[in-house]
Design a protein around this ligand. Structure first.
Ligand code: ASP
Length: 433
């Protein structure tokens, strides 16, 4: 009962935030919004991020330690990664088909192109610089990056989530291998901590409506700046491109995820979407699958009946490496930029996009705006000037919100699927409140 209400409270917060953001852009309340409204959004997002690392650590350690054999762990791991990669490749393909049919890049007037390039040049170059650093690393670097040399350093940044996953797996495996009597007190501590953290998610979510209100209001405030007229102009010029991304994301969610859910679990779509709804709303408001992770895990376990063992492994991994929405967007954006710059892409280039977009999305951090940085790598692979991202920067935040929703939905879909295939999809947990 309480949870359902919360869902609507968040929606109301979102709608009011939207209205407030637009009103403040029109009236010129930008300064007021930044000073008095935005901090509540920042506090909310910080609280969510604050519990992300401890949650992954405690739930994964207890999850692995409760598995009595390692074969099971490698079976679930192999299955999860395979499905993650396949669904991402499907997402990229959908994006490519849509963008080739709609050809949105051929609809941007020349003068608008020049204006966009000029406006976003500086920003585009700084992002291209960040991408360059990523590119200069060797092919095995992502694997090297996964293995930390210092625990506290890994735990000190939410960007290092994969390292935390790695540490938790190791500790969990270690716990299985020592005598039960010695493992028990350690495990009890982690289990207790895990329960406390899950309770904290509930408490933090009480602030969700206000947090979401503030986040959305401030996002609109930043996008609109002091000149709401410019937003209308941007939307006009880049409308087709945005529509192509949105249609692609819609198809992937409505067709791919529905097909997967239908084929592997008996879960009705309504149950799935009501259960995961608050996580989707948060993904939309925060543009970060990392910040949404605690809620995604809680909803999957409590509302969808995914066992803790599966959710604590599949979801943190998914938030870090499985980004279908990002990959789809990167494919559409890459082709859009080439079309707008009048560069032809042959079949080989399109295949390169499939490969690089799957890899780039794996390497994309689960934070706002990370997708556009990795896009530079794809552009370079197909010989398109990376400063072309200046064309799409103006509307990136809006698309970031949408692709993050798909990223989170994808993780939840696979968590349900893996749980069903392992016989670990139970009924939802009864509510204490
Ligand atoms: N914001 C996205 C996420 O956290 C990543 C991206 O920029 O595409 O899932």
């Amino acid at each position: 009962m309480f949870k359902m209400q919360l869902y609507w409270q968040i929606i109301i917060g979102l709608v009011l935030g939207l209205a407030f953001g637009i009103a403040s852009a029109i009236i010129g309340w930008g300064g007021f919004t930044t000073a008095w409204v935005a901090p509540f959004g920042t506090i909310f997002i910080s609280l969510l991020k604050l519990i992300a690392v401890p949650l992954v650590l405690t739930s994964l350690i207890t999850g692995v330690a409760s598995l009595s054999d390692l074969r099971k762990l490698s079976r679930i791991g192999g299955k999860t990664i395979t499905i993650y990669v396949i669904t991402t490749a499907i997402a990229v393909t959908i994006g490519l088909v849509i963008v080739n049919i709609l050809q949105p890049g051929n609809n941007v007037p020349d003068d608008m192109q020049i204006k966009l390039q000029e406006t976003y040049q500086a920003d585009a170059s700084s992002r291209a610089g960040s991408a360059q650093e990523v590119k200069e690393r060797g092919p095995l670097q992502p694997i090297v990056d996964m293995v930390p040399s210092n625990f506290f350093q890994s735990a000190s940044s939410n960007r290092n989530m994969l390292q935390v996953v790695f540490i938790a797996l190791l500790v969990g495996i270690g716990l299985i291998q020592i005598p039960k009597k010695k493992a028990k007190p350690v495990l009890d501590v982690f289990e207790g901590l895990n329960d406390v953290i899950i309770k904290l998610v509930d408490i933090i979510m009480l602030m969700a409506p206000i947090g979401v209100f503030a986040l959305i209001a401030q996002t609109i405030n930043t996008v609109a700046g002091e000149d709401p007229g410019q937003v209308a102009e941007l939307l006009g010029a880049l409308g087709y491109y945005m529509i192509a991304v949105i249609i692609g994301l819609g198809i992937h969610m409505a067709v791919t995820y529905t097909a997967i859910l239908r084929s592997y679990s008996k879960m009705p779509l309504k149950t799935f979407y009501t259960g995961i709804g608050p996580a989707q709303l948060l993904a939309f408001s925060t543009s970060s699958s990392g910040a949404t992770l605690p809620v995604t895990m809680e909803r999957c376990e409590d509302e969808l009946g995914v066992s803790e063992e599966v959710s604590s492994f599949v979801l943190p991994l998914g938030a870090t490496i499985n980004m279908d929405g990002t990959a789809l967007y990167q494919a559409v954006a890459a082709v859009f930029i080439s079309q707008a710059l009048g560069l032809d892409l042959d079949v080989g280039d399109q295949l390169t996009i499939v490969l690089t977009a799957v890899l780039a999305s794996i390497g994309t951090a689960a934070v706002p705006g990370a997708g556009i940085i990795m896009l530079v790598i794809i552009l370079e692979a197909i010989g398109v000037p990376s400063t072309g991202i200046a064309l799409i920067l103006g509307v990136d935040r809006i698309l970031d919100m949408l692709r993050t929703v798909v990223n989170v939905t994808g993780d939840a879909t696979i968590a349900v699927t893996i749980a069903a295939s392992e016989g670990q999809l139970g009924p939802p947990k009864p509510k204490a409140d």
